[in-house]
Every structure is written in structure tokens, then in C-alpha cells.
Design a protein around this ligand. Sequence first.
Ligand code: FCB
Length: 452
Amino acid sequence: MLEFPEDFVWGVSSSAYQIEGAAAEDGRTPSVWDTASARPGFIADGQTGAVACDSYHRVDEDADLIAGLGVSASRFSISWSRVLPDGTAGRVNKAGLDYYDRVVDGLLARGVTPWVTLFHWDYPQVLQDLGGWLHADSPRWFADYAEVVVDRLGDRVRHWMTLNEPQCFIGFGHVKGEHAPGLRLSRREALLVLHRALLGHGLAVRVLRAHADGHRVGWAPVGVTAYPATESAEDIEAARRFMFEQCGDDWTFSNTLYADPVVFGRYPGLDYGDVISDLPEPGPGDLETISTPIDFYGVNIYTGTCVRAGEDGEPVEVPLGPGHPRTAMDWPVTPPALYWGPRLLAERYGLPVYITENGCATTDWVGLDGAVRDPGRVDYLDRHLREVARAIRDGVDIRGYFQWSILDNFEWAFGYTRRFGLVHVDFENGTRTPKDSYRWYRGVVSSGRVGG
Ligand code: FCB
């Protein structure tokens, strides 16, 4: 049996566009995801987040579900265009901020601490029309938005994440065209997006810090996670190099290209070769801004790559065995990713780690008897939490775990075809049904133990 520390933060995670709905209500203007959703063929089944889980109208019900788990924290994001309909800080939408007041107060009243992500991909369309993250003012727009949010919520919200998975909104959104805003930029332009997004991050960290003492500020990137085939020093070193020195043929999923500037104030040189030569020349003070100190390293980990040391010590990917388990996303089930990912990140960056997302999609539905049985999710969470506990036992500074997600929700380009929730949502009528995994997770949270 493995025990978690007393003060371990147990949570669940969600994001605005994936759950809120009310896309055109109370003064909210479209985000790039509303626009992309309207494009034929962009989202599975032609779906949109216009209604999603309708969480906008179900604040108390959802807060009850979260509190019913016994978790101490809930991570959610703010819809930028709900708060600032023009994207910039001139016109503040009171109704939008009122909604987040209700969310925050609802959680606090139930003993749950709000953890707020400022940007989880739903960029205001009005700003995208001006060039989005390619615009020279985009870092400032983001910092101004952060200021409006912290001004209103900062007396009650003390835990913040700036950007969610820049690897995804840049890679899928600006390079591969699979996520909003659906662009296929050149590498040079996409790296400018990266630089500006990181500048926005740094400026926002300063805004949040300036607001009040005692706020905890971090971010929630993703990136390649590697785990060693054996625990030999050579394989561990190979996994380390795979995570931090290489990016295969896809730079967009790199760890270091994003995190080195944020934590160390410099872009990596190493094996990135000509990727680096496409980076914009940082302006005076840019890297200082980008590396404004953060308090924690949030990381989203769902799967990892098994790596061993080749003859020459070079990292070699170990192929999965035949029939290796996969989730409904087709992502391989690789629990050691939740041991080695945090361990290697904590070692490199020297910051406390929070798992800001982990979970799996399964193909569950409401049974004839009204129950939702999702043994695959229970097993997935069990295996991954054992690895988290093992890492903590071995001295890795992991302070919390946020399961993705409390509710089945709008899974981006997959629409409603992929269910990640502890709670089943009937998207015809919004009915919520806690799954078996909900009760299982509640047990883990209340006992603080896994593994028997
Ligand atoms: C992550 C996203 C999150 C959700 C999960 C399944 O990449 O941050 O919004 O879609 O994947």
C-alpha cells in the first residue's frame, strides 16, 4: 500500500470552452474555438461547444459533484472573451465576471480551493482577427486580461496557471491546423507565436504577483514524457535525453523549447539545430520577463514513450508490445510516465510539481440499471496514482494531482466522441451520472492511499 502526504492536493480539472456552453449569452463574444467549430469537417460529428455541459447554468450542481468527491481543489479556466468581449481591457463584461464569482464562491462555500487557468486555448476571435499571438501587442493583451481577472477574483483565488499546454495550441493550432485557430504557419512564424505566448506568460506572472502576496503562480505545459526501459543508469540517462535534448521530428511537443526560457531564461541550444535558427531574436529584457519566477511546475501527462540506451548511449524508442493497452483516444497506457515524468522534470527545473491533468477516455455509457461502469478508468487511475505515490516515496516533490476531468466534455476536435469524465454527461439533456470511477476516486481521496 502506498500513502500520500497529508497535505497532498487532490483535485479535478476542466476548462471553460469544454464545459461552459452559453457561448453567446450575457455578452460573451466568440473565441477561435467557436469559429473553428462552425467550419465544416473541423469537429467530429459537426459538434460545437455552444452548449457543452451547460455548466454556465449549472454552477451549484457541478460544485456539488466536485465537493462530493472530497477533493480539496478544482482547476478550471476562464473564458477570455466572456470577460473581455473586445479581447482588450477596455470593456469589461460584468456578467462574465459575475459568473466566475459564482463558480469561485460555490467552490469555496463547499471547502474546495479554486485553481484558475487563465488561458486554456479559447483565444478571443476579435484578437485573432488582428493576428492573434503573432501580433506584437499580444503579450500585453494577455497581461491586461490577467489583470482584470485577478482584480476581481484575486481576493479569493490564490492559485493560478497562466497557459495550458502551449505545445498543443501552438502545435495543433498554429502548425498542424487541427485545432483552432486552424493555422499552418511556417516554423519561423510558429516560433514567433511561441515567443510571444511565453512573453504573455511572463507578463501575466508579474501582474499576478504584483496583485497580492501569497499567490501561487505556475503554468500547465505538456510535452514528451519518456520513461526508461529498465532502471539502469544508462536507460535513465537515455530517457532524460529523450525528454530534454530531443524533439524528434516534431519540435512543437518539446519540453525544453518552452520550459527552459520560462525557468532558466534561455532557449535551449543542443540538438534542436535549425529549429533554433528559426527563433526570433529576443528583444531587450524579453528573456527576463519570460523567466519571471514561478512557484510550481504544473504538468499534464497522459502517456509516455519507453526509451532505452542504444549501443552508443543514444536514446532509442522501445516499441510497444503487440496489443499493448490503449485508451479510447488510442493513447498507450504507460503508468511509469507518471513516475518518470515528474521525477525528471523536478530534477531539471527544481520546482515543486503538480500533475495538473491525467486521466483517460473510455467508451462508457449509462447501463440499463442506471449505473455507469468504467473499470478501465478505475484501473488507469489506480495504476497511474501508484506511480505518483512511488515517486513521492522516492523523494520527488509532487504536491498535487488533478484528475482530468470531473465531467465528460467537449474534447476539442473529437467533439463529444471521447469521454474523460468521472461523471457521465448526457449531452442531449445535460443529465449528470457519477460513474464507478467517481466513487473509486472519492475513496482514494478520503483514505489518501492507493494499492490495497
Ligand atoms: C489535454 C487538454 C485538455 C483535454 C485533455 C484530454 O491536452 O489540456 O483540455 O482535452 O487533453
